[in-house]
Design a protein around this ligand. Structure first.
Ligand SMILES: *Cc1c(COP(=O)(O)O)cnc(C)c1O
Length: 321
């Protein structure tokens, strides 16, 4: 939208979290310029079918890898299929350094153009750098799944007061956020590189946590994700699907168990009354609308301990009786 493009939303698969290649084929027109494929929760999209549909029309693919740095599909790391892929390192992502992200560009022309644009980007003003850094250290040293609900309401309060750096800017009120022309501070770049060197440890932990959830959470009230044998998944969050979403979220809050309710709508965090602001037409992605009413997710990040897993699995056993 910031470039003047009009987004057309593609539905998710019937029993999945990612783009449905058949709906993609239906919605492509002569005016389609790019296909943005998201690998939700770290689960690789059905790239084989999507590449086939994109290839018929020679339309470039851009992969949204904000939920994954390391999941693989047919042995290749996701993010290596398109002309470009992008990553985010804000508060809810697999690697956290505060706000900011990166792009990986394989197409030569696009890469040149992006580099020229990026050369014009400025470092954030010092006060902003310091604020993000303070927020990072608070998050890094104090955050635990037990504090999820408290931190969440505190963060919302602080970001509505303009104190904390949030993670979503409303395209409707402000078509192009000035933040789009900022680069990561040098400190944050170094922090990111340091974290990326320990990505194997982060991934091993996330895999272990997800395996525990899979083995220990009973299937009576929730459905576990099913993944393709072509994929090796590092979950950024472990999704569960349930008809009792609101009820479970309320109970989880009361029990201080980290359970997240996003995506609450297909274009989270945009609420139904504002869907037109992001060009989403009600009913255009019915699987996604229905899934948003049923999806929950559990953390897999490094702060999830064996005790947290125990509390979480006990919580789900109790809500299902
Ligand atoms: C967080 C996220 C983004 C946006 O990242 P920012 O760094 O907040 O701009 C995009 N796509 C997905 C799937 C995300 O989870």
């Amino acid at each position: 939208m910031a470039t003047g493009a009009r987004p057309v939303y593609i539905d998710v698969e019937h029993r999945g979290f990612n783009m449905n290649a058949l709906d993609l084929r239906d919605k492509i027109t002569d005016r389609t310029r790019a296909i943005v494929v998201q690998h939700t929760f770290g689960i690789p999209a059905d790239m084989e079918q999507i590449l086939k549909v994109a290839g018929e029309r020679d339309i470039p693919i851009v992969e949204d890898c904000c939920h994954t740095l390391s999941s693989t599909y047919q042995g290749n790391t996701v993010g290596s299929y398109g002309v470009a892929s992008f990553y985010s390192f804000e508060w809810g992502k697999p690697v956290v350094v505060g706000v900011g992200g990166s792009a990986m560009i394989t197409d030569g022309d696009l890469r040149e153009r992006m580099l020229r644009k990026y050369a014009e980007h400025k470092y954030p003003p010092l006060a902003k750098q310091i604020r993000i850094l303070c927020q990072y250290f608070v998050h890094h040293t104090m955050y635990k799944p037990k504090y999820y609900w408290t931190v969440r309401s505190l963060f919302r309060r602080l970001s509505s007061m303009g104190i904390a750096e949030g993670n979503y800017s409303n395209m409707h009120d402000q078509p192009v956020s000035p933040d789009f022309r900022l680069r990561m501070s040098r400190y944050h770049q170094r922090l990111l590189i340091a974290k990326l060197t320990s990505i194997d440890r982060i991934n091993a932990h996330a895999r272990w946590v997800a395996d525990q959830y899979k083995a220990l959470i009973p299937e009576s009230v929730v459905v576990h994700p099913k993944t393709s044998p072509l994929s090796s998944v590092v979950y950024s969050r472990y999704p569960l699907v349930t008809p009792n979403k609101e009820q479970i979220l309320k109970k989880a809050q009361a029990a201080n168990v980290e359970v997240a309710g996003w995506f609450a709508t297909p274009v989270h965090p945009v609420r139904r009354e504002n869907w037109s602001h992001v060009g989403y037409e009600a009913g255009s992605c019915q699987n996604a609308e229905s899934l948003a009413e049923r999806v929950l997710s559990l953390p897999t990040h490094r702060r999830v301990s064996g005790k947290d897993i125990e509390r979480t699995t006990r919580f789900f056993s109790e809500v299902s009786t």
